[in-house]
Design a binder for this molecule. Structure first.
Ligand code: NFS
Ligand code: SF4
Length: 648
């Protein structure tokens, strides 16, 4: 196996890595290797840098060094470090949501000419869900109240009222649990600031208390993500099934190529709209047109709503530039490697940063102006067209590798397919299949790439393993993009990898889907904030089955988790009662107590718990075991209830 094959299973990446080597450019894969061996203190979470007396590292056997200078024990240090990761993730997701909410408010107030309420049905659904009156009211008045309700989530400074989106989207059982365990947040900013206070030097030393505060922050993450999904759907439309393609082969040699990278759809949606109007300008420059491709979650957002192709995912973002055909990469926030700029210098590619909180020294910064959003987008496209004119055709080398992708499965679009089978109660399509044993349950794939393992390998191996075991699969984020690139998001994926039960189940959906394309092996639900769609799916299943979410056979897995956001997502899934697998060993093994709490004791309190397992095959076995156990318990419970009814 060549080094490149060891780095990634994505065969489109191999020739690009070869090219980087020729150019003498060290990619993220080389940099990951150069970081080895890692410091064991950091790796296990027992390095504290919370105050500047540190870093303090725990040496369990050395008297005096078995605690930090302030006396903090390993469990305090590990718990503090972990919950600060959650706060970072929750801040990122919810700040993204706040930005969307602000935009919706300005739309409702008639201040923005380029945005509008696109999905009125979704607006009505969300309004009704959160208790905003709709009867006889104007669309903009409703939108204003919904946007204001979202913004209110951030600014509340007292402990009541509790967060609106959580209150109105989770099961009754969960709400009770969150209140009883005192992790139910009221204000997002309040909770996150409170967490930073609590973890200051000389403050909370109790790991359990810290973990509960961490879960409260994780619920803020859920809230911010959920409102980001809802409000993005209202502004830009709710995804419907689309057929497109994925991998570097979606970059076109004869077109002006623009990559949309980051997370926030506010600008990328405008670039999509502007590109439609500017094809002629690109042609005048000698190109066959404009070709947009996506990377990371901005890519997922425009894939869901506009059918934009996926170029690649997190770990291989640099490689899109190495094709020599990328004219501009437009980035907004999060998961954008600063290395892109120096790589772009080897080519004609323009890196365009657009948000005030995300700049890279030396790159172009086009401050995104929501008041002139379409013009902002047009200026960026013009920059790309000009760059295209400088492109050196002799340096273009695009790996001709791509797969068909069937995506766009918002919960609404999934339910409309289910509705074709059961018009009265669509969710029963899945609960009946679970009860009949046709499928073993549902697994959500979420999260990133992490170069501690082979890129994309954990994602695909675990997905194939669960599919073979008849688990219905949904996916978001970079996990979904890994599947897209590997050809798992199409009908062929079903034929190749689904077990008999899953094949039958998807086959039945296919017969009545009303779509021209076959349904995929894994249902792509969108970006990482769209994990909220999966949470709503869980809630619907639990409510239909008459139990809490912690009882249903539904698991989550982040096979290659990397970001703080993924830590926040995983943590709220545990609070939601979901067995949550992480395929990378996170930095908390330095405290057996904290490790025990999150992998075992959490189950007693919330029903959910973490499974840390780096081996994909062992992970599959464990997840299947968990699903089977839950299904068995449900069946037992139903039997017992029936026996009781017969006695009476
Ligand atoms: Ni999620 Fe999506 Fe990808 Fe990870 Fe980054 S892009 S928000 S954080 S790396 S999945
Ligand atoms: Fe060391 Fe305590 Fe400061 Fe952490 S907070 S760096 S353990 S003195």
């Amino acid at each position: 196996m060549s080094d490149f094959e060891k780095y990634t299973i994505d065969i489109a990446a191999h020739p690009m890595l070869e090219r980087a080597k020729e150019l003498g450019f060290l990619t993220t894969f080389d940099r990951a290797k150069a970081q080895e061996p890692r410091c064991n203190f950091g790796n296990t979470g027992i390095c504290c840098r919370i105050c500047i007396q540190g870093p303090c590292r725990i040496l369990p056997k050395k008297p005096g060094a078995n605690k930090g200078i302030c006396g903090a024990a390993d469990y305090t240090i590990v718990a503090r470090n972990t919950v600060r990761l959650i706060a970072g993730g929750a801040a990122a997701h919810s700040d993204h949501g706040r930005h969307i909410a602000e935009t919706l408010l300005h739309v409702a107030e008639g201040k923005l000419k380029d945005y509008r309420v696109t999905d009125v049905d979704k607006l009505m659904t969300v309004a009704q869900k959160i208790g905003v009156a709709t009867e006889g009211r104007d669309v903009n008045a409703i939108a204003r109240d919904v946007a204001q309700a979202a913004l209110d989530e951030f600014g509340r400074v007292s402990e009541y009222p509790k967060l609106t989106w959580i209150t109105n989207t989770v099961t009754e059982g969960r709400l009770k649990k969150f209140n009883e365990t005192t992790i139910m947040p009221s204000g997002i900013n309040l909770s996150l600031a409170g967490l930073l206070h609590q973890t200051h030097v000389g403050n909370d030393a109790d790991p359990i208390n810290l973990i509960f505060t961490g879960l409260k922050a994780a619920l803020c993450d859920y809230d911010g993500m959920h409102l980001a999904t809802d409000l993005s759907d209202i502004l830009f439309g709710t995804g419907v099934p689309v057929v497109t393609e994925a991998n570097l082969g979606s970059i076109k040699a004869d077109k002006v190529n623009i990559a949309l990278h980051g997370h926030n759809p506010l600008l990328s949606q405008m670039v999509v709209a502007a590109a439609k109007e500017m094809q002629a300008e690109a042609k005048a420059a000698g190109a066959a047109g404009i070709n947009l491709v996506g990377i990371c979650c901005t890519g997922n957002e425009v894939l869901m709503r506009e059918g934009v192709a996926i170029a690649t995912n997190f770990a291989t973002q640099e490689l899109a530039i190495l094709t020599g055909a990328m004219d501009a990469m437009v980035v907004d926030v999060q998961c954008i490697m600063p290395s892109l700029r120096s790589l772009a210098e080897c080519f004609h590619t323009k890196i365009v940063t657009t948000m005030p909180i995300m700049k890279i020294p030396g790159s172009y910064h086009y401050a995104f102006d929501e008041y002139n959003a379409l013009d902002s987008a047009k200026n960026i496209i013009r920059l790309a067209i000009n760059a295209y004119k400088e492109r050196d055709a002799s340096r273009v080398s695009i790996p001709q590798i791509k797969h068909t992708v069937v995506a766009g499965f918002s919960l609404e679009s999934l339910m409309s397919i289910f509705k074709n089978i059961n018009p009265d109660n669509p969710i029963r399509v899945i609960t009946d299949a679970i009860k009949a044993g046709e499928i073993k349950g549902v697994a959500l794939f979420a999260g990133c790439n992490n170069l501690k393992g082979q890129h994309d390998n954990n994602h695909t191996e675990i997905a194939k393993g669960l599919a073979r075991n008849d688990v219905f699969l949904v996916a978001t984020g970079c996990a979904a993009q890994a599947f897209a690139k590997e050809g798992l998001l199409n009908g062929e994926g079903v034929a190749k990898y689904a077990g008999e039960g899953l094949k039958k189940f998807i086959g039945r959906l296919n017969e009545k889907s009303g779509l021209t394309a076959d349904l995929p092996l894994i249902f792509h639900m969108g970006s990482c904030v769209d994990n909220s769609r999966s949470n709503d799916f869980q809630t619907m299943i639990a409510n239909e089955m008459g139990v809490d979410v912690s009882d249903i056979p539904y698991v989550a897995t982040a096979p290659e988790a990397m970001s703080e956001k993924s830590v926040a997502i995983g943590s709220y899934h545990v609070a939601m009662g979901t067995p949550t697998h992480v395929g990378v060993i996170p930095p908390l093994t330095g405290s057996s107590l904290v490790h025990e709490v999150v992998t075992k004791i959490a189950e007693d309190v919330f029903g959910g718990f973490f499974i840390f397992e780096a081996d994909p095959h062992k992970a599959v076995n464990r997840l299947v075991e968990v699903l089977e156990e839950r299904t068995w318990k449900l069946a037992m419970r139903a039997k017992a209830a029936q026996a009781l009814a017969e006695q009476q």
